[in-house]
Ligand binder design. Structure first.
Ligand code: TC6
Length: 690
């Protein structure tokens, strides 16, 4: 079936794009569109043209999977020039999303009609690029740069109502958008009118230019050197200084160089990985999720409270359970205080806060979990505690309820063994702060029912999380890899680097914080307790805790925080302590370049990621990338650890790991067989897809 159909209704040619699932503008669609407009122009019986679409979307933009491949004619800018240059007026009939190249198609038309649910936007910035088919030139000419620039800078779509107010749409109709578009097209033809956006300059006033320049200054301050933001400013600026054709040429050149940039490749990888992660191997659409109308959360600490907020934010009533009234009151007060911050910032109304608080029902004792469709346990991270809770839950929870543990390390089947319904027991690992962090690791132990997993995935999306299904195994995906980085960071200190140097390497890479600043923020005692429980030692980290330097909360950790300051300062005592430990261990300290530090921190993570893939704990390399981007602030434009490893070259990573393994007594540094194999075959992790 052709992807573009042409049907003449009366004197109007209706061109319908039909390219499921979202009518992306792949080569066949571009060609079909160009041919249809040409044919309609050649047909003497046709007075005007409507561009419409089949399915839910108008057009979701260029076909992102074509980026980076050899270009196929006709290019979108050429097709759009043909549409705008059509001797007969062309009107877009917009339903659903008109994004990126999709909005650019509409902008090249001579009129635009939409349904109220339509959403229009230029989200290219999120893919590390800028609009590349005239968007940066046509949109400012149509609605003014002061409105167009923020749309392109945020990438967020506007509603049909807003678009009408902006003058981006001619009309919003409540139904039958194609008929309304035909009407407008006939009217334009009868009037002999063909309003051409590229020729319009009325909106580009001096006041608009000044307003745009002020916005551009702000954007550049925050851009942190991201080339797409710099390019966007340059392209929009060109719309004031240059003719449409010259401005479009500036835009095209910038667009092509951005598409080729590694950062955009990384963001495109993330786009597809985010969609792939939703597909759980072995669980097809025939597996229906169970209904979740109410929830219970066990433990009203920071984590439990944050999880309860996730439910309330999604409109799901949740019972928050503690063992004693005092702890419960503390937890509820903490939740109220967090909502108050949102109210004071204006991101939540007092009424909305009251509505959410009303959905959280505090209760003492596990019996209160009886009515819940899902119970999430967020109690102490100790197997004995968890088993006792699940044993009791088994007695009170209703049949078919999902029983989930928020454990971050422990063996989920051992927890499930405390119940007589292991098929309903899974892990749901939220990340702190749970009401903010997007990642949700869903742990799928052997024996868990498929519909229990499908329920957790569907629920995760409802809670506005990015759910990633992972296998059961110590630390699952994220924390297992994090542990490798934590060990590497400690080793670097003993070998000669200082905390601020290690942190700087990761911040330079794009993380918001390095491992030591992060540890100081989270509290060094947390890791200390966990090491003690597992009989592990870390000379520097232990010594810091033995000194009582637990981090920001005690005013000092790896750094000093004078008078509650959030940014730490170098601490001579800590640096002396590190030097002493190096000497005790007979290590001659040496200096490390930032590049060496980075490799020592990240290579062991990649190696562990390879093992995680070998063991089937993660289904795909992209799943690991999504975990790190959404749970650990790995910069999205670096694509995640496995994408990064491919860009470095697996051969180099193997060599660097071998060099470390020869120097350091840690078996985990031995390159994983999968990593070795791919490196030997000169392949990357990306080759494992599909
Ligand atoms: C641009 O236009 C530049 C133009 C200049 C040219 C010179 N391409 O998200 P969903 C697939 S840049 C290819 O799950 P939703 C997606 O992979 C582009 N594929 O659905 C998935 O495939 P799967 C600017 C695409 O309903 C399926 O469609 N546009 C594209 O939650 C369903 O996707 C954008 O950045 C695409 N453009 O959300 C818009 N879009 O089933 C990107 C989707 O095989 N897209 N797919 O896994 C979106 O924001 C959302 O997909 C959505 C639909 C809002 C359109």
């Amino acid at each position: 079936m052709t992807k573009v159909q042409l049907e003449v209704r009366g004197r109007v040619a209706v061109v319908t794009i039909d390219n499921p699932p979202v009518n992306a503008l792949g080569a066949a669609v571009r060609e079909g569109l160009a041919n249809a407009v040409k044919a309609a122009n050649a047909d003497a019986a046709v007075a005007a043209i409507v561009i419409a679409s089949a399915g839910k979307a108008f057009i979701a933009g260029a076909d992102i999977s074509e980026f980076g491949k050899p270009p196929a004619a006709p290019s979108l800018p050429d097709v759009l020039d043909a549409i705008e240059g059509s001797a007969k007026p062309v009107v877009a009939a917009i339903q659903g999303v008109g994004l990126g190249g999709g909005l650019e198609v509409a902008l090249a038309c001579h009129g635009r009609v939409a349904l109220p649910g339509a959403k229009l936007g230029l989200p290219e910035i999120k893919l590390g690029i800028i609009p590349g088919a005239g968007g940066t030139q046509r949109l400012p000419r149509l609605i003014g740069a002061a409105k167009a620039f923020p749309m392109m800078l945020s990438g967020e779509p506007v509603s049909a109502g807003k678009a009408l107010e902006y003058g981006l749409l001619d009309e919003v109709v409540s139904s039958d958008v194609v008929t309304a578009a035909i009407r407008l097209a006939e009217a334009l033809a009868a009037e002999g009118r063909r309003p051409v956006t590229s020729a319009a300059t009325g909106e580009l006033t001096e006041a608009d230019r000044e307003a745009f320049e002020a916005l551009a200054r702000e954007a550049l301050k925050k851009a942190d050197g991201m080339p797409n933001v710099l390019a966007l400013v340059e392209a929009v600026r060109a719309s004031f200084a240059l003719s449409f054709a010259e401005g479009a040429a500036v835009e095209r050149k910038l667009f092509l160089s951005l598409v080729a940039d590694e950062r955009s490749k990384a963001l495109r990888h993330v786009f597809f990985a985010e969609r792939e992660v939703a597909k759980v191997p072995g669980i097809g659409p025939e597996v229906k999720p169970r209904e979740i109308a109410s929830a219970a959360v066990i433990g009203a600490g920071t984590m439990g409270g944050g999880i309860a907020m996730c439910f309330a934010n999604a409109g799901i009533p949740v019972t928050l359970i503690e063992t004693a009234k005092a702890a419960l009151d503390n937890g509820v007060n903490r939740i109220g205080a967090i909502y108050d911050i949102s109210v004071s910032r204006g991101s939540l109304t007092p009424e909305a806060k009251a509505g959410r608080m009303a959905l959280i029902k505090p209760a003492v004792g596990l019996a209160a979990a009886a009515g819940a469709d899902i119970v999430v346990e967020a109690a102490f991270e100790e197997m004995g505690v968890k088993q006792q809770i699940f044993g009791e839950l088994d007695k009170v929870a209703k049949p078919g309820a999902i029983l989930a543990s928020n454990t971050s390390y422990l063996d989920v089947p051992t927890i499930a063994a405390a119940t007589k319904r292991p098929q309903d027991v899974i892990g749901m690992h939220f990340f702190s702060p749970a009401n903010v962090m997007k990642l949700l690791e869903i742990v799928r132990p052997q024996g868990a029912a498929d519909d229990a997993i499908a329920t957790a995935v569907a629920l995760g999306r409802k809670l506005a999380k990015v759910p990633v299904v992972v296998g059961n195994g110590f630390g699952f995906v994220g924390n297992r890899m994090l542990e490798r980085r934590t060990r590497a960071a400690e080793r670097l200190l003993i070998a000669g680097a200082l905390p601020h140097e290690v942190d700087a390497a990761l911040v330079g890479f794009g993380f918001k914080m390095g491992p030591f600043a992060m540890a100081d923020l989270a509290g060094n005692d947390i890791g200390w307790r966990s090491r003690k429980a597992r009989g592990l030692k870390a000379a520097v980290a232990d010594a810091i805790c033995e000194a009582g330097w637990f981090g920001q909360k005690t005013g000092r950790g790896y750094y000093i925080y004078p008078q509650g300051a959030r940014a730490g300062q170098r601490c001579p005592e800590v640096e002396a302590l590190i030097a002493r430990i190096s000497a005790e261990q007979g290590v001659t300290r040496r200096s490390f370049t930032q590049e060496e530090i980075l490799a020592r921190l990240l290579d062991p993570m990649v190696n562990e990621g390879a093992r995680i893939l070998e063991e089937g704990i993660a289904a795909r390399p992209g799943d690991i990338d999504i975990v790190w981007i959404n749970g650990y602030n790995w910069p999205a434009w670096r694509g995640g650890p496995m994408f990064w490893a491919d860009s470095v070259g697996l051969d180099l990573i193997v060599k660097r790991l071998e060099a470390q393994a020869a120097e350091i007594d840690d078996k985990a540094l031995e390159p994983a067989p999968l990593l070795r194999r791919l490196a030997a075959e000169e392949k990357g992790f990306a080759s494992l897809k599909g």
